[in-house]
Design a protein around this ligand. Structure first.
Ligand code: NDP
Ligand code: 8X3
Length: 254
């Protein structure tokens, strides 16, 4: 197994959910993390919890390419020795039928889940290669595999992530860089609160009367994929709550 105490993990979206859980998981294993996100107060809290020697924080919006370039170029030692990139920041906005959605919401999802993710990977990949290898972990979704009503652009951004992860692997032959797309289903985080724009009642509904996965479940899968022997690449991990399954085709009848 690779030595987790040598892991230096750059995480987008570390202020909540999977990103925060992954930061805790890697630091618990002896690694270091660069925790990024827009909410500075959350980053400061996380750093206080994990220790400044283990957790470097950067207030960052992944959609801002110039800010990303500047921030990544300015990461101080020893945090600049990044060997794992967790491109996790992302969001869904709305669940309306396609013709009734807010086009600004679609744009925000594309800017964050697609553009922000490719900026993250592209800006950090040369460093991984130069330092002799590493691991890129992307956050896809079951939504990138199975369409569902109201999923539209969110699902399409995650299909992009899935294919991007597979495609860049073929450019990394001989570079010792592994790529894994994590594709979770129903998991209780702030995801639903963001999707329904702070409406607590709507946000709670997907998790009511069922047992969703937790952010820690996903963090453990991410961690596991990165601790396998260097000659093993997990292309993707698709995981669902045991209470979730793929439904039948939807047939409209008069
Ligand atoms: P959360 O809402 O709990 O966390 C999302 C994180 O993304 C936050 O830290 C947020 O930070 C960050 N983020 C959002 N927009 C930006 C931005 N423009 N710039 C920087 N950071 C941003 O959701 P999850 O932890 O559940 O989601 C993490 C990833 O997993 C997402 O890509 C999501 O699509 C995916 N996913 C989630 C599933 C679920 O059921 N929960 C299932 C499958 C995939 P901040 O707001 O502080 O910037
Ligand atoms: C998040 C899971 O099913 O809400 O990607 O799209 S789902």
């Amino acid at each position: 197994l690779l030595d987790p105490s040598r892991f230096v993990v750059f995480i987008t979206g570390a202020t909540s959910g999977f990103g925060a859980a992954a930061a805790r998981r890697y630091v618990a294993a002896g690694g270091k993390v660069i925790a990024t996100g827009r909410r500075r107060d959350r980053l400061v809290e996380l750093q206080a919890e994990l220790g400044a020697e283990n957790c470097h924080i950067i207030e960052l919006d992944v959609r801002d390419r110039a800010a990303m370039e500047k921030a990544i170029a300015a990461i101080p030692a020893p945090f600049d020795q990044i060997n794992i990139v967790l491109a996790n920041a992302g969001l869904a906005l709305g669940l309306q039928p396609a013709a009734e959605t807010d086009l600004d919401d679609w744009q925000t999802m594309i800017d964050t889940n697609v553009s922000g993710l490719v900026y993250t990977v592209r800006l950090l990949l040369p460093g991984l290669i130069a330092r002799g290898g590493g691991h890129v972990v992307t956050l896809g979704s079951v939504a990138g595999e199975y369409a569902y009503p109201g999923g539209s652009v969110y699902a399409a951004t995650k299909a992009f992530v899935k294919h991007f992860a597979l495609a860049i692997r073929s450019d990394l032959q001989g570079k010792n860089v592994r790529v894994t797309d994590i594709e979770p289903g129903l998991t209780e985080t702030e995801f639903s609160l963001v999707r329904f724009k702070g409406d607590d009642a709507k946000a709670a509904k997907p998790y009511q009367g069922t047992k969703a996965m937790t952010a820690d479940d996903i963090a453990e899968s991410i961690y596991w994929a990165t601790t396998l022997p260097a000659h093993v690449n997990i292309n993707k991990i698709q995981l669902m709550a045991t209470t979730q399954a793929i439904g039948a085709f939807d047939i409209h009848r008069e």
